[in-house]
Write a protein that binds this ligand. Structure first.
Ligand SMILES: *Cc1c(COP(=O)(O)O)cnc(C)c1O
Length: 389
């Protein structure tokens, strides 16, 4: 018997990394020592002080009951102080900060707070898949804004047709960008705020990689720009900055009306974050800026190493300005999947085909920097063996 599932699920393509994982599993089953540059998931452990806070606080029975829907005052306070110190933006911790079970949860749920069937969401592509999937799960339609190399992988808002802008209710941005590694400076944010105001659209910026930028570039917050809080919210994640992907903690901040709407969705779906995890998040935000800085240095040296070695193979590669990814054009004569498969078959090394993140990703592969340095060196030596002409 075939179960009758929802129509909305039929519109969801299979999760990207399911296919990826299956392919890699096949190789492994055949005895290949696969080195995957596929998933962006920090390989270095969470800083010790954060782990210690969790252990210490989880013994307290007060924390064994349901947490508050809107998070602990301590976490909201620490998040607002972190935003103020890091970006110079003052937020009301009660109305302008909302804790999340990882930023992915908030990104997906924001669609339910803003979109009805028939509405449009302006979604960059290639991109982190959740902006599109959240839109589809809400019954709405994504309108894709291609990110092109000649525009520095920034969207061209002036290319969005007037009637599309009128139907759209949310505009997604993400800088430092996954998967292209691009960073954005002031003009994009200022333009996006103006665009959002003009068309009465919520501007949602995903700043998951704010702490991972290179060559001295410091990523801004959307909220630093004039008028941003009138139209926008920003998503922050502790996952990449503090090596906490498994912990599931982040927060949204900015426009209080939008946060209240997101909070209403969440109140009816989840019941908050385990308090000791929030308190561990406080430790991260208050005490671990130094380890975020060390992570940035680690990724920068891995980036420099790969860019250097891959250039030596004749592969054309531009160093990313931020994020934990190198976005590399495939060599002439290949498409994304063709090149990825070729490299996997010849060397047991996996690069994610760029078109997995959207049609404009065709012609690229995404190479994650969250691979231990020793494994990276092993990969480089295999690649040299196979591809040095
Ligand atoms: C990793 C990632 C996130 C998700 O972070 P969580 O807080 O772990 O849910 C969000 N956005 C982008 C672009 C990411 O790459």
């Amino acid at each position: 018997m075939t179960m009758r599932l929802s129509k909305r699920l039929e519109r969801i393509p299979p999760y990207l990394f399911v296919e990826v994982d299956r392919k890699i599993a096949e190789k492994k089953a055949a005895g290949v020592d696969v080195i995957s540059f596929g998933v962006g998931d920090p390989d270095i452990p969470t800083p010790e002080s954060i782990v210690e806070t969790l252990i210490d606080k989880s013994g307290n029975p007060e924390h064994h009951r349901y947490p508050s829907y809107f998070g602990l005052d301590e976490f909201r306070g620490a998040a607002s102080r972190w935003v103020e110190q890091r970006f110079g933006v003052r937020l009301d911790p009660d109305r302008e900060v909302l804790p999340l079970i990882g930023s992915k949860e908030g990104i997906a749920h924001l669609a339910l707070a803003l979109l009805d069937p028939g509405d449009l969401a302006l979604v960059p592509e290639p991109s982190y898949p959740v902006y599109e999937m959240g839109t589809i799960l809400a019954g709405a339609e994504p309108y894709f804004m291609p990110l092109k190399r000649e525009n520095g992988f920034l969207p061209d808002l002036s290319a969005v047709p007037e009637e599309v802008a009128e139907r759209a209710k949310v505009l997604w941005l993400n800088y430092p960008n996954n998967p292209t590694g691009a960073v954005a400076e002031g003009p994009l944010f200022a333009e996006a705020i103006e665009f959002a105001k003009k068309h009465d659209i919520v501007l949602a910026h995903d700043n998951a990689y704010s702490e991972i930028t290179f060559d001295g570039f410091v990523a801004p917050s959307l909220l630093e720009f004039k008028g941003a809080v009138d139209v926008g919210i920003e998503f922050h994640s502790l996952s990449k900055s503090f090596n906490m992907t498994g912990w599931r903690i982040g927060f949204a901040c900015g426009n209080p009306q939008v946060l209240e709407a997101l909070g209403t969705v969440k109140t009816n779906i989840d019941s908050g974050i385990f308090n000791p995890i929030q308190l561990a998040g406080v430790t991260a935000l208050e005490k671990e800026a130094g380890s975020a800085a060390r992570m940035r240095d680690t990724y920068q040296s891995r980036r420099d190493y790969l860019v250097d070695e891959f250039s030596g193979l004749g592969w054309e590669i531009t160093p990313p300005g931020g994020s934990i990814y190198v976005w590399m054009p495939v060599p002439p004569g290949f498409d994304s999947v063709g090149f990825s498969t070729h490299v996997l078959d010849r060397t047991g090394i996996f690069f994610t085909p760029g078109n997995a993140y959207g049609p404009s990703g065709e012609g690229y592969v995404r190479i994650s920097l969250s691979v231990p340095t020793g494994r990276m060196e092993e990969a480089v030596s295999r690649l040299k063996e196979a591809f040095r002409s």
